[in-house]
Design a protein around this ligand. Structure first.
Ligand code: ADP
Ligand code: LRH
Length: 478
């Protein structure tokens, strides 16, 4: 048996998990979990990356003896280093407002259609490309010698070695999904210096060993290798979808819902761009063809505004609220920024002539119905746009703990939902390490091991999809 530490930083919490693996068994235990709270300072919204690193060190200490460490986190954000390798300022949070209006400037030199043809990436204001454009005049960027994506930054602090992991690099909008290399021409046209990025590395590549000072601080005995994994959390989560065949859709649920398909090649059509589907890279050159949906962020922000009531109680009350009274577009970037979420949801319902949800249970029901509806649209659109039909929807991530959301998603899609595992990103992280060290076989063998060993819950669709089709049509008219 081997033990692998998976550092998995989500937008709402970070955790260090320990996976114990043999060719026939897979167990995951939590060593340490810590909140991930962005901080608003006068210059904007920032990640507390030092606090996160401290949590990682504490987690590695709690993990005890491990054979390797892998790191994944949310996408698109980065830290800048000066010539001495020191961090320049706190990494900017992707919900920061600095990218407002920036896309239009980029599209003036490279039209949106050309950007999509070159990178296959959906438009999101926070893609690294737009963040770098927003930062163009900043002194920090002028002084920067290096840019490290968040998991690559933590890996650098742990090992002293620098690299750019490919799955996460694919969220910068500077990677060509056909060559799986930088889009050199695009970067040159936008005057983005690709020399800021250290060389690309792929999931499974060696990424250094823990520095002596890290060994001392964590009480570990070296050498402890760090292994590159799918360092984009969604890439790791998709790797841990326990599908047993090829005809499946997945929804990675947590702060976001990422809903789509695993494909062998990107879909770069104009229809696909208009539907705002993205082609991010996954394990073994696969494409994660998916749409970003606001996800449980909508609920997290409401729960924060309501003073953190018990989530279980709130969901029980929401289950008793009549279905589909009001729905909002859960894909709308208008919900991206933090703050006033119950009010913003009520306003969106009112503005579209629907009943305005009043109580927390009613708002919660509106959010869950809206998410299920957005899941339906994404699963349907992905199949149509990629010409890839599915028989089952896999839900992984924190949302698997929300039985109402899983059932509503099955109902809305008119397909069975298989929910689990909850800690999919950590499991994908562990399995890529195990594979790199020869313990498990290919991607399919990884999935077979997950299907055999992880607790999964099946939800059959109920009630027909007619009312969901109607709700979708209602929303489209507004
Ligand atoms: P991220 O990785 O983006 O930080 P997670 O995958 O950890 O997110 O999922 C967090 C979400 O999971 C929370 O926002 C919450 O809605 C949901 N969740 C967590 N615990 C429970 C629970 N006990 N019951 C229902 N939902 C839960
Ligand atoms: C989910 C996620 C998602 C990105 C977003 C910024 O944690 O990585 O895949 O689009 O964060």
């Amino acid at each position: 048996m081997k033990s692998y530490a998976a550092v998995d930083l989500g937008a709402s919490s970070g955790r260090v998990m320990v996976g114990r693996v043999t060719p026939d068994s897979l167990e995951l235990a939590e060593a340490h979990r810590f909140p991930n709270r962005p901080v608003r300072v006068p210059e904007g919204l920032r990640w507390d990356v030092l606090g996160l690193y401290a949590g990682v060190l504490e987690g590695l200490r709690a993990a005890g003896r491990v054979d390797s460490v892998g790191i994944d986190s949310w996408a698109v954000d980065y830290g800048l280093l000066d010539a001495d390798g020191a961090l320049l300022g706190n990494p900017v949070h992707y919900r920061d407002e600095r990218t407002q209006g920036v896309a239009e400037k980029v599209w003036a030199s490279v039209p949106a259609a050309e950007l999509y043809a070159a990178t296959g990436l959906q438009y999101a204001p926070f893609n690294t490309l737009y963040q770098l454009t927003a930062a163009r005049e900043s002194r920090q960027l002028a002084h920067a010698q290096r840019l490290l994506m968040i998991p690559d930054l933590l890996s650098y602090w742990l090992t002293g070695e620098q690299g750019t992991e490919l799955t996460n690099a694919s969220t910068t909008q500077l990677i060509d999904p056909r060559t799986r290399d930088w889009s050199y021409d695009l970067a040159a046209r936008l005057d983005i210096d690709l020399g800021l990025f250290p060389p690309l590395r792929r999931p499974g590549d060696a990424a250094g060993v823990l520095r002596p000072a890290v060994l001392e601080e964590t009480g570990l005995t070296g050498p402890v290798p760090v292994t590159a994994v799918g360092s984009h959390d969604t890439a790791s989560a998709v790797a841990a979808v326990p599908a047993t065949g090829g005809r499946f859709a997945y929804i990675c649920t947590g702060t976001w819902s990422l809903a789509g398909l695993e494909l062998d090649a990107p879909v770069l059509t104009e229809d696909s761009r208009a539907a705002n589907f993205t082609n991010e890279l996954g394990l073994d050159g696969t494409v994660r063809y998916l749409r970003n949906i606001m996800g449980l962020w909508l609920l997290q922000e409401c729960v924060r505004a309501w003073g953190d009531p018990d989530l279980g109680g709130l969901l029980r009350e929401a289950a008793a609220v009549p279905a589909l009274r009001s729905v909002v577009d859960a894909g709308d970037a208008a919900f991206l920024a933090p703050g006033r979420m119950p009010e913003r949801i009520a306003e969106a319902c009112g503005a579209s002539g629907q009943p305005v949800p009043g109580t927390p249970a009613e708002v919660t029901r509106c959010i869950l119905d809206s998410l299920a509806l957005a899941h339906r649209r994404a699963v349907e659109d992905a199949q149509r746009l990629a010409g890839h039909p599915v028989d089952v929807v896999h839900i992984v991530g924190g949302g698997t703990r929300n039985a109402l959301l899983c059932q509503l998603t099955a109902d809305a899609c008119g397909l069975p939902v298989v929910a689990g595992p909850t800690e999919a990103a950590a499991l994908g992280n562990v399995l890529v390490q195990a594979r790199a060290h020869g313990l498990v076989g290919d991607r399919h063998a990884m999935r077979a091991l997950l299907a055999r060993t992880q607790p999964l819950t099946r939800y059959e669709p109920q009630g027909g999809t007619g009312r969901w089709r109607d709700a979708q049509a209602r929303l489209a008219q507004r």
